[in-house]
Design a protein. Structure first.
Length: 194
């Protein structure tokens, strides 16, 4: 499917805010992909589709959860914010025939995963900074993202963890595993540098 057609579909099915955000994430993903020498069109389309399931009705969510036997925990209230990532990944595969890397990038863009590749890291970061107004605590990410994608990711996750802690919410186990992996990598680099 051509990008023009995908944009028309998204414009029809997403709120103006979500559509604008999707365009911004796609543009940011493409710039980061160029910087990290990975497939720019692939990053663009993944960014464009990353929130495809964000505004589905509960009925539509249940359809995809049942059809693909997605994690039953997605029905729990506390998981409603991450549900769109898992569902979005299966829609991207079924409807748009995106490959596994793109689908994983969509799946991992909310909570991360220790097995994220560069594309997934780019989509995660682009989702945070691909906005008209970047939240104050995430402004450093924009510069970090072009210096070291892992440091940008680590910074984002630490900010997210801090925010969740303030609300009394425990960090998802996948996010925690990714955070620990990134910290180990950073410590290893620091030890080598000394």
């Amino acid at each position: 499917m051509e990008i023009k057609n995908i944009k028309e579909e998204l414009k029809k099915n997403l709120s103006p805010y979500r559509y604008d955000h999707s365009l911004r994430v796609a543009d940011t993903a493409k710039k980061l992909a160029k910087h990290y020498h990975i497939d720019e069109p692939k990053a663009y389309i993944t960014g464009l589709l990353h929130d495809i399931a964000k505004e589905l009705s509960e009925e539509e969510n249940q359809y995809w959860i049942k059809k693909y036997h997605l994690n039953k925990n997605l029905n729990e209230e506390k998981n409603r914010k991450i549900k769109h990532a898992d569902i979005g990944a299966v829609i991207a595969k079924e409807k748009y025939h995106l490959d596994e890397n793109c689908c994983n990038a969509i799946k991992y863009h909310t909570i991360g995963n220790k097995d994220m590749d560069t594309l997934a890291k780019i989509i995660y970061i682009a989702d945070k900074i691909g906005r008209e107004k970047i939240p104050e605590e995430l402004k450093p990410v924009e510069q970090l993202a072009y210096k070291n994608i892992n440091e940008a990711l680590l910074y984002c996750i630490e900010q997210q963890e801090k925010k969740l802690k303030e609300k009394g919410i425990k960090t998802h186990k996948d996010t925690q595993e990714l955070l620990e992996k990134l910290k180990r990598k950073k410590n290893s680099i620091n030890r080598k540098g000394n």
